[in-house]
Design a protein around this ligand. Sequence first.
Ligand code: WTA
Length: 644
Amino acid sequence: MGKEDIIKKGDLYFPGEELKKGAQLKDEAIYQKAAKDPVKFWEELAQDLKWSKKWEKGFSHDPPYFEWFKGGKINITQNALDENLKERANKPALIWIPEPIEEQARVLSYQELLREVNKFSNVLKKLGVKKGDRVGIYLPMVPEAIIAMLSCARIGAVHSVVFSAFSPAALKIRLQDTGAKILITADGYYRRGKIMNLKENADEGVKETEVEKVIVVKRAGNEIPWQEGRDLWWHELVKDESDQCQPEIMDSEDLLFLLATSGSTGHPKQIMHTCGGYAVQAKFTGKWIFDWHENDIFWCTADIGWITGHTYGVYSPLLNGITTLIFEGAPDWPEPDRWCQIVDKHQVTVFYTAPTAIRMFEKYGEDFLKKHKLDSLRILGSVGEIFDEAAWYWYFEKVGKRRCPIVDTWWQTESGGILISSLPGMGPFKPSFIGLPFPGVKIDILDNKGKSLGPDQQGNLVILPPFAPGFLRGVYKNSKKYLETYWKQYGKEIYFTSDAAYRDKAGLVRIVGRVDDVIKVAGHRITIGELESAIALHEDIIGCAVVGKPDEIKGEVPIAFVVSKKTEKPVEQLKKEVVEQVKKEIGPIVLPQEVYLVEDLPKTRSGKIMRRILKKLFTGEPLGDLSTLANPQSVEKIKKIVCG
Ligand code: WTA
């Protein structure tokens, strides 16, 4: 038996002795200990961080609001950067891989990263940014993205990152909601060999917002529009700046960042995360779930525009003093094995990606894998979508060569960090099941009336107090949304995740899918409402319904049914325009795969569109009783269009 073998027992997999021996956590007693007094448990973990003043109270609860480590004073960058200078000043903190093969990787040691962060912190201060001010970041995966985030955190400003593939219209809404006066962007970046002109989008997006200054990172050297007085080059601003800047001492409960997630009415929600609790959860979930040791090189493939990029691309690895690797491009460009080349060349030890990427790699066949060793890998992670058995086995066998534990991690933008996962030193790893709640996290699965369900019974996944320190503290400037979305279903003390799930007899959780109108397209979270609002803006469209259709690679893809005004336009053109409309309002990431022009949408007598019925056209389920519809004949007609 090899040193790091995984042992199979029935349908479960466990770490072998060697793996167990070296693991951060190997004693299952931690689960009981944490469950006995979760607040005390998290407080013990919090002591591992550097606080300028210790907190007075671990957890305070005024439902549906709560706080962690109240009275404590901390700066997350002091923990993520300064604290690492003592033992690892010259160790790589960040490895950046540009997309063009011929371009060199850029490596920043902890010391260098701190210096860059300090310089840019000073820049922001000089531009008048103060504690509590929001700063927009619309950057591709370049080192400056991380430097910008950390600089905000250093001076107590609140970063609000907008995914660089979002359209100008999507950027605009997010800037308006946060009231940012500064936007940090780039001239352009590489994607699949092309230069994307990000600055053009940024210019469009800042119109009708409060943005006064636009800081531009020179990345691709492409020609860009320039507004004198408003636009400033990053490299010119930092050139003569001091590389010293004291971290702002923050209250544990001060805002650290805002991150938007799709809202049900079409308007995104700005999720609020605070300093102290987030730092504690980010640090320990990373350390234990990815089993990090001093020399680990961690590659999280998520973009910093999403929560996974925030927590596991940036904060968690740096808080643990390990090396984080970020990549500018698409993992299968210019060849399907680009990601393997990166793993081998940079000796990546822990790889964290999404099922969509795994299914995509799988589709390319096996030959490309044979050229690569992939023997630096120790642990493989997955996040963001349901991880089906076929993809699980492919990842386990072909990438991890049956040596590497697979940690499937369940969490949300709202939870700030992972809540459910197995732990590498203990297991079990069970294909298509996530695992147990992280120590100190209490969950339940309830029926619609709030009754707790037993093994194999499917219901709604909820999180119980004390939740977790990194949980959201609210929806920015919208407490109504906060209440309605999370605390209405089961009252103000039970957090409703909107995921359906069940547990096996051992308590391992399996996610079934969302129960609200969120769909996950290649791991990107979007609501039906947001897609429909975008389409409704088209002048010829008078009705529309979007549903998620199961997709082999992307998990789900949006399908749009539209009703149009009388128009001379050819159908094909109208369909194209609908797709363009989504691209314009949201961006190219979640385009409808199919647009069907229909006469009428199935509606109840009270006028509610029955999306459930439309969805069944793709899942093959029986359509059920249509007699309650106001227009049952519409379904037959649509069926003919879809199924021929
Ligand atoms: C889904 C991503 C199955 C789930 C970190 C959740 C998952 C939503 C998993 C949050 C997983 C996340 N298995 N489904 N391991 N992880 N989800 O906010 O529906 O982008 O509610 O956060 O993704 O998506 P978000």
